[in-house]
Design a protein around this ligand. Sequence first.
Ligand code: IPE
Ligand code: IPE
Ligand code: MG
Length: 244
Amino acid sequence: MGQSASRNPDPSDLHVGIIMDGNGRWAARQGLARVQGHRAGALAVHRSLAAAYCFGVDVLTLFAFSEDNWHRPPREVATLLEIFEGFLRDEAAWLRSSGIRQSVIGRRDRLPRSLLEAIEQAEGSTAAGRAMDFRLAIDYSGREAILGAARLVSKGSLVPEEEFARLLAAATHAPSSSPEIDLLIRTGGEQRLSDLPLWEIAYAELYFTDRMWPDFDAADLAAALDSFRRRDRRFGRILELAVS
Ligand code: IPE
Ligand code: IPE
Ligand code: MG
């Protein structure tokens, strides 16, 4: 997407994505039900969002529920959806006062009515926020997002990359063109993408941590950002100094 080799976003240009994994194992280790892990996970969302805001992150995308997570037991799914709704309702006021724009990306046609209302209220009341973009991915699939964008392309037309990113955003209800992720963090020890971001991570720096999501805190985010800043992002090029 036309990056220059010297592109090295300062924190105010940074898009961080987090695959928040490990709630169930965190709970099991303490003899708790999985849903207790999800409740603790919601507190970690607040903590991480506040930390990202303090660290000057420009866009934070948190992957909360994948398309394949519908295959979990109905009670777990129902509790997760309730937690999302409660989170959106509880956080909207401070997001608004902090200038944080909330959006929810993913499919909407399978979400319960009350969750949809909470999403629309949170998005509406924080729409003017310019300090930071906070995107929560619910019922999200990277492949489905790309297919959705492809369906919006007129038959036979050639679509420039920037336009495709715009269609991708439209297909997932994102408020603005799908921004590339600079740093993708996955907690919980697994080193995979689980059909979450695909298009947006073409040149993302990947950071995997064994920390279970409910334990993730500001120090963990700081460590990930520190690792990111030490990476040499070349975007397929070589340093001009190395040309002989
Ligand atoms: C992530 O934690 C939350 C969601 C996927 C909704 P998990 O529920 O996947 O926790 P583990 O991986 O089973 O520990
Ligand atoms: C990824 O975790 C989903 C989210 C964190 C939203 P999963 O627990 O669903 O992924 P797998 O099953 O380990 O690949
Ligand atoms: Mg998991």
